[in-house]
Design a protein around this ligand. Structure first.
Ligand code: NAD
Ligand code: ZN
Ligand code: ZN
Length: 345
């Protein structure tokens, strides 16, 4: 089969590789129908994370059709259409019992990180019963791909960890697909002010259409000064960091008001220096973490009933044969006016 294989920083190649097979009774083999590229894939491509092994297939998002299941899989059978969670979880370890699937003792974020991922024609999913979700007919395949990772990440690690409340003023730094997911799902809670910050004017325009009340281009304006102006000098109740760079986290700490929350979503590759001498007195919380994807069932219902329009994130479509081009288009989002790209084998 064809798959996109990681060989090191800036070195990924579409190659012919062997097809996956069942290795344990709880595995399923899924034929990929649609997959996509995450900001984390880009980060790793650019050299942010060191744990990937040469020869691993990339990708941790996708929708597919079950090709084969192991004898121990009870919830799925050949032919079922499924959403693949970016997090693999056994469902029975101590952490899984707390729905801390990100830290499943025999799973977590392993797809393309430790085992072969979804940017391929087929993928093996361990613990299929707990790591796959049936795709209802009222959600199209491309929209459903957003539910693998981007949507639960923006919701759980941004909005829920940030404890967005009705009437809040919030800021989202980073208007990529994950920041966008925070923008869409924050609106479940009716914040009064939603400020979106990015360097890319096209993504900021999209944010305004999707419910942002204010946008700031941090390449052209002083974010802290503008946020002060918008919030009458107070700062925001919740600042969500969805980039993964030191300055975007420190600006979140600067703009959050006393008693507020900073929710870091971005995957960082470097230490971040926080001005603790100024922050200690602010009674703020700073949260961070890996998506658990335990809200996928809830989000399937919200998307299926058109409470949020995640399909609007999809700007480009490619075949698997064109996946290297798809990376280039997602990477150069400003030039290409891209947001989320769909790749179909
Ligand atoms: N915590 C988790 O479980 C989890 C899961 C998935 C993704 N992530 C992370 O979330 C982050 C966002 O992912 P994405 O898919 O939206 O990525 P993306 O690369 O598409 O989006 C990042 C956005 O940040 C903007 N940006 C870059 N530098 C900036 C700066 N200095 N100031 C303001 N904006 C800036 C870019 O223009 C882009 O729009 C990444 O770090 C990704 O690794 C975390
Ligand atoms: Zn991801
Ligand atoms: Zn577990």
């Amino acid at each position: 089969m064809k798959a996109l294989v990681y060989h090191g920083d800036h070195d990924i190649k579409l190659e012919e590789v062997g097809q996956p097979s069942i290795q344990t009774p709880k595995d399923a083999i899924v034929k990929i129908v649609k997959t996509t590229i995450c900001g984390t894939d880009l980060g790793i491509y650019k050299g942010k994370n060191l744990y990937m092994k040469d020869g691993t297939i990339l990708g941790h998002e996708g929708v597919g059709i079950i090709e084969e299941v192991g004898d121990g899989v009870v919830n799925f059978k050949k032919g079922d259409k499924v959403i693949i969670s970016c997090i693999t979880s056994c469902g029975t370890c101590d952490n899984c019992k707390k729905q801390l699937y990100a830290h499943c003792k025999d799973g977590g974020w392993i797809l393309w990180h430790l085992i072969n991922g979804t940017q391929a024609e087929y993928v093996r999913i361990p613990y299929a019963d707990n790591s796959l979700y049936k795709l209802p007919q009222n959600i199209d395949d491309e929209t459903a791909v957003m539910i693998s990772d981007a949507l639960p990440t923006g919701f759980e690690i941004g909005v829920l960890n940030g404890k967005v409340q009705p009437g809040d003023a919030i800021a989202i730094v980073g208007a990529g697909p994950v920041g966008f997911a925070s923008l869409l799902t924050a609106q479940f809670f009716s914040p009064s002010v939603i400020i979106v910050v990015d360097l890319d004017d096209n993504r900021l325009d999209m944010a305004l259409k999707a419910g942002a009340t204010h946008v700031i281009n941090s390449g052209k304006e002083d974010v802290a000064a503008r946020v002060k102006e918008i919030t009458g000098g107070d700062g925001v109740d919740v600042a969500i960091e969805a980039v993964g760079l030191p300055p975007t986290l420190t600006v979140c700490a600067d703009i959050v008001k006393p008693g507020g929350n900073v929710a870091n979503v971005g995957v960082h590759g470097k230490p971040v220096e926080l001005k603790m001498e100024e922050l200690w007195i602010k009674n703020i919380n700073i949260s961070m973490g890996l998506v658990n994807s335990n809200t996928i069932p809830q989000l399937i219902k919200a998307v299926g009933s058109n409470k949020i329009n995640v399909g609007s994130l999809i700007t480009h479509k490619f075949s698997l044969g064109e996946i290297e081009k798809a990376y280039d288009v997602f990477l150069n989002s400003s030039r290409e006016h891209s947001m989320k790209v769909i790749v179909a084998p």
